[in-house]
Design a protein around this ligand. Structure first.
Ligand code: SF4
Length: 441
């Protein structure tokens, strides 16, 4: 791998943990790992990311990190007073073989976990998988906190996957409009898009309360958005707590949003309200108005599997041709799904799971495209190849706003189309000779 299209597992675990109310993510490893993970999230979300570290030195690296973690749990509850500590491992503690459940049991036995507080964790070795795997592993660890219950409460668990805080807010808004009673976890809205109030709060008001997550076994069902980010947690709730689950695509674009809305409507036993139908109609109208500019345009995309699947379907639906598609996260079924979605297109499609941005760049050199969609690291390819470029995915380090403007749902679809059309027409305006440079496009 030359220029990875992924980053390391604990970053995903840290992001997921921040979606629990009053939670301090804890990195069980060396300080350098924790600093890297925090800074990556800070650069993307433009918010301070609080996280603690077991601060391994040579001794812990040889003899194991139990003493460091016990000391850390004691210090964290004494000094910062979180409701929850969500521990994730790193390459170092995984290689040593530290046993998190055994250390947590010892912490409880030694009475360093105060009454009513929670410590749990996920194994996130970064030498396999990607940040998406780490996110999934932490969400699965949350699901493992749930207990079976015979008293189903009519709630639906929604596991949103790795989407922006604004996307989580939008999913909750759509569910509320339909009248579905939901419990979303994790939920970073109100945490990583918190307002500037002039008063620093280490634990902003958002996030899912841990008691609600522990009660997820009482739900009547689970909607998991994204096979890679959310399915493992949903299946665990199914097997452990007998909460049936449906795995849907992330609701980016028209069709995936239709399926999400239909699932919510079915669960809630209601019909789709006019407000949502109007939003859908606006998206269909915009797709139709813009179609002349999109038709036949070739696109290269890099990102994470769940996002790429929904985006590919959306691009195909507006008659664009996603011809080069790369994710850094492993999984052959990703390639199969993309081939299914692009099967009707007239052109050859290059797709690679566990690929890298170097490969994507080579494909673009061999077969040029009209548009590039991906995270900030793609800007080097966009610059080299002089391509219109839409930033979308994780991480976006050189632009702002993504944490505030959703791209899920019908209104999110409007935003995606507007971003795509703007870069295409900006390019046309830049390149058109004087005689065809038009006021109205
Ligand atoms: S890859 Fe491993 S060692 Fe490197 S920052 Fe991530 S967890 Fe730490």
């Amino acid at each position: 791998m030359i220029n990875p299209a992924k980053t390391c597992q604990p970053i995903g675990a840290m992001y997921a943990a921040l979606g629990i109310k009053g939670c301090l993510p804890h990195s069980h490893g060396a300080q350098g790992c924790c600093a890297y993970h925090r800074s990556t999230l800070t650069r993307h979300y433009k918010e301070p990311i609080s996280a603690s570290s077991s601060s391994f030195t040579e001794g812990a690296s040889v003899f194991g990190g139990q003493a460091n973690l016990l000391q850390a749990i004691n210090n964290i509850f004494s000094v910062y007073e979180p409701d929850v500590i969500a521990v994730h491992t790193t390459c170092l503690s995984e290689t040593i073989g530290d046993d998190l459940p055994q250390i947590f049991n010892k912490a409880i036995k030694d009475q360093i976990v105060p009454e009513g507080k929670t410590v749990f964790g996920a194994s996130t070795p970064s030498y396999i998988g990607s940040h998406v795997t780490g996110f999934s592993n932490m969400v699965k660890a949350m699901a493992a906190l749930a207990q079976p219950s015979d008293n189903k409460n009519g709630t639906i668990n929604i596991i949103p996957g790795w989407v922006e805080p604004s996307d989580m807010e939008e999913l909750k808004r759509l569910a509320a409009l339909i009248g579905a009673k939901i419990m979303m976890f994790p939920d970073t809205s109100g945490v990583l898009d918190a307002p500037l109030t002039g008063t620093y709060s280490m634990f902003p008001g958002g996030g899912t309360p841990i008691d609600k997550i522990k009660d997820a076994g009482s739900a009547s069902g689970t909607l998991a958005l994204g096979e890679w980010c959310s399915a493992d947690a949903a299946r665990l709730l199914d097997t452990k707590c007998k909460v049936p689950c449906s795995i849907l695509d992330m609701p980016f674009g028209l069709q995936a949003t239709d399926r999400f809305i239909d699932a919510l409507r079915t669960i809630a036993g209601s019909s789709v309200p006019d407000e949502i139908s109007i939003e859908r109609g606006k998206l269909v109208d915009m797709m139709s108005d813009m179609h002349q500019y999109f038709y036949g345009k070739k696109v290269a995309i890099a990102g994470d599997p769940d996002q790429l699947i929904a985006m590919t379907e959306f691009l195909v639906s507006i008659d664009m041709c996603p011809v080069h598609i790369v994710t850094g996260t492993p999984g052959k079924k990703f390639e199969k799904r993309i081939r299914e979605l692009t099967g009707e297109m007239d052109c050859e499609v290059n797709v690679k799971a566990k690929g890298d941005l170097f490969l994507l760049h080579q494909w673009i050199k061999n077969e040029p495209v009209d548009l590039l969609i991906g995270n900030t690291y793609c800007k080097y390819i966009a610059r080299d190849e002089d391509l219109p470029f839409v930033r979308w995915g994780f991480p976006i380090l050189d632009r702002q706003g993504h944490q505030h403007f959703p791209t899920v749902g019908y209104t999110g679809g409007l935003r995606l189309l507007e971003k795509i059309l703007s870069v295409l027409l900006d390019r046309k305006d830049r390149d058109d000779p004087e005689e065809v440079f038009e006021l109205v496009l």
